[in-house]
Every structure is written in C-alpha cells, then in structure tokens.
Design a protein around this ligand. Sequence first.
Ligand code: PMP
Length: 307
Amino acid sequence: MTDYDLKPCYFEGKFIPLKDANLNIRTHALQYGTACFGGIRGYWNENKQNLFLFRIEDHYKRLKQSAKILQMQTNYSIEEYKDITLQLLQKGHWKENVYLRPFLYKSALELSPRLHNVQDSFALYAIPLGDYLDTQKGLKVCVSSWIRISDNQIPTRAKANGGYINSALAKSEALQNGYEEAIFLDSHGNVSEGSAENLFLVRDGVLITPDVSSSILEGITRRSLLQLAKDFQIPIEVRPVDRTELYVADEAFFAGTGVQVAWIREIDHRIIGNGKIGTITKKLQDTFFEIVTGENDAYSHWITPVY
Ligand code: PMP
C-alpha cells in the first residue's frame, strides 16, 4: 500500500482513506454512465507555502448545473462543496500540484437507464498532477473522424461521464495515428473543441473561439481567457468556426483545467503560423500561469488559498 492509498477522499458523506472508497458493481452510474464530474486544479507555491485553487466556486456552480441537467439532487451548496474540498486537501496535507475530481453519480443499485428517482451521491478525491499535455513544445493534432456529441444526444454542457466515451474514441484515434490530441467537429461540421479542452485560434490579431452552441463544454479556463483578452483589449470573436480556419490561423491553442494553456504547432499536417508559439498565445499563457500559481494580484479573486 502506498501513502496515496491512505490519503483521504470524501465518500458517502465522510472522509475515509481512498483505498476504502469502493462501489458495488450494480451501481447505476457504472452500468449507464449516469454521473457528472468536475476537475479543479490546485497549484503549490513554494515561496508562499500555499496551495491555490483556481475558480473553485465556478467549478462547483457548473457541477450543480450538470446535476440539474441529469436530474440529480445536489444536497450541498457551493460553499459546502468548497468547505469539503478545503478540508480534504488540509487533511491530506497536500503540498504539491494537485487535481481534484468532484463528481455526482447515480448510486442506486437498480436497473433501468433513467434519470428521475434514482438516488445519487457526491464523492471527491485528489491526485497529484503535473502537465497533462506539453504546454511548451507545440502540439501535433488532427481533426477527428469522430463527431462531437450534440446537445440533443448527450449534452456536452453537462460534463456527463457517459459522454466521455466520445472523447475517448477521438483521443485514442489521435494517439494511435501519431498525434497528441484531437479536435472535434460538431454535427453541423463546425469546429467544436478538443477531447478534454476548449480551442482558441488567432487570426489577424483577433482571438476566436467556438460559441457555446458548437457542442462544447462551457470551460472555466475558456471563460477566464476571454476575460483576460478583454482586459488586454485583444479583439474577440465567439462564433461558429470552419474547419479550414484551423489551417490558416496564425495561432492556435487548447485551454482547460487539465491542459492548462497549450499551444498547437500543427493541425492535419498544416503548420500553424510560423510554427512557433504566437504572441497572443504567449501573453495569455504567461498570465494564466501567473494567476493560477498565485503570482498575479490583479486576478487574486479567482484563486482560493488552501492554507
Ligand atoms: N471541454 C471538455 C470536453 C473538457 O473535458 C474540459 C475539461 N474540463 C474542457 C473543455 C475545459 O473546461 P475547464 O476549463 O472548465 O476545465
């Protein structure tokens, strides 16, 4: 058994060691994918001896919205979720970069793939996490042959566990074909997002990202970067994006909690811009890392210290 197995998680209303948080094989969420989740990062700042959580209230607000779509009861308020999260990190003495996985799942042990009147539960655990994708070297990506699920199929707005089959299909296809990540098109043929991250382009100094009707998750990093761009007076367009706009973009990057801000070097064998990180991408990336690590006072309202 490792130290990690003994770290506390939150399960069935209590803090217990991770090794003891196990589910019955009959669990509804396991059988039907009826769960929704969040992903929150904490950044350890060695100088300040503190762990900073990025936009925790916004993450729990989105979890509650996902739960509403999936007809789940969320017994806790955002403040209570936040309190459980801080306690979990403090009890676990987390002093490194961490990724938190809160989720609500249909915990009843019954058959029938429905949403209403199925009991659900909340659980939370933490894992140590460095970079999910390389943020510095420039990613090689492809447009997926898999189409993004649409709002009337499995709503991407809901961050529903079952919907991540769609992401997994695209991600495996991309990796097995020698790329690092996939970009989805939506059912109308417009650009949607990556398998687990939102997408941005820059064309002629304008920051462009697909609108919320392009089957995207309404990403908190996406929203933060749009706010930063506004504050930096970078022109923004939030609108449907064509596939070939990807190829002629001057800059392209992914944004999300896991991926952070990671620039794209190549899409479908077309080099983006001059094949180097673009100036707008660099400025947003640098500012993003300053903020999340607790080194930018102008945006300190976006971070919560754990200690
Ligand atoms: N899209 C998808 C499909 C995701 O899984 C994620 C990661 N949560 C994102 C976008 C980015 O969202 P956020 O910035 O809130 O992490």
